[in-house]
Design a protein around this ligand. Sequence first.
Ligand code: UD1
Length: 417
Amino acid sequence: MPRIRIEGGHKLSGTIPISGAKNSVVALIPAAILCDETATISNVPDITDVDDLENILIHLNAKINRTTGKVEINSSDIINKEITSELSKKLRASYYFMGALLGKFKKVDMYFPGGCSIGERPINLHLKGFEALGARITEEDNHFIIEADSLKGNNIYLDFRSVGATINIMLAAVKATGKTVIDNAAAEPEIVNVATFLNNMGAKIKGAGTSTITITGVKHLHSCFHEVIPDRIEAGTYLILASLIGENLKIDNIIPNHLEALIAKLTESGVDMEIGIDNILVKEPKNYKSINIKTLVYPGFATDFQQIMATYMTQCKGSSTIEETIFENRFQNLYELEKMGAIIKVRKDNKKATIKGKTKLVGTEVVSTDLRGGASLVIAGLIAEGVTTISNISYILRGYDKIIEKLTNVGAKIEII
Ligand code: UD1
């Protein structure tokens, strides 16, 4: 099995360009099948999650033309058949085919999605939304049949501001008759990106990016051209790296506003950064103070960053804490960081961790436990003394476009072996 090998301790300089957002494109591709003509998506990252979604589209007989950074999807001849367990469990975002196929055909037949095992991750809120629109759901052994005679707009209140449920309900409601109102909707930038895509095709969605989204159903969705927003999680990952080991390291092609909570926390800890219109430059690492973070829905501190911040915290003086409020099992990477010398205590309920710094990290063999956990180990390997090898790297390649190339270009000694 391939592994990532890192020779740590090299200072990094230059520019890291940020790719299109994983969590946006993984919703845009399923959303494209709602289009009655050809939908073109640009700034598409080269990640395995996109390959896995493409395989589902091929399975459904959609016509795809994928070139570097661009994908054209024509769903005129799509066949609405079962999405097998093998295809759906490859990634979390396969669940967006539920909303998209239900919206297009009023029927979907597929298995429970896969993705990182960072918690239980039920889809009850998605299903509750589909039911409110008039769908009937049959489930047996993770196999779902969701169907409706017709879909009618309704008022839907989400018990939790779930990203997946908000987007999935939007997809199902876009061609329903009448008006759907999603209350307590999630407000992540990726949701706005998906709503803009659908509106570009002629959908009538208002309020994306706020807690109330209104969707007025339309009959026809026409061709469109749409760009994926920059990946704020990839940007934040490299910003944290720049804070630790950057010397004039610029993170480019980003929307700094999307990183507000992370920037605030890094600044509080002592990171000195120059924020431009679409980039952030870190001139040199400093001595950092400990900080406390608590994960929250957007615009709060993103849960995806906390695992990467754990590596950062090992380099802060004093005790830092992470409180995880979104997922039940997102501390697995901490046990790997301990192998490298980190001093960490995880509270029994698995909701809070304390990290003592500043500690020297030393390269060793570690295992990527999930996507962002894997990224936390890559950062740890880059700042550690000696050689780190990371196994289970398929998680990392699912979400980081050209990670080896981007890091090598700024001076990292990193390779896949
Ligand atoms: C998405 C992102 C993921 C990110 C997360 C939170 C994608 C593909 N993934 O995941 O990277 O970490 O948002 O920002 O975009 N929940 C329920 N019932 C539901 C749905 C969710 O109880 O029906 C719970 C989940 O178990 C979790 C919380 O709500 O505890 C948040 O989940 P959600 O926002 O839906 O995250 P995902 O869409 O899975």
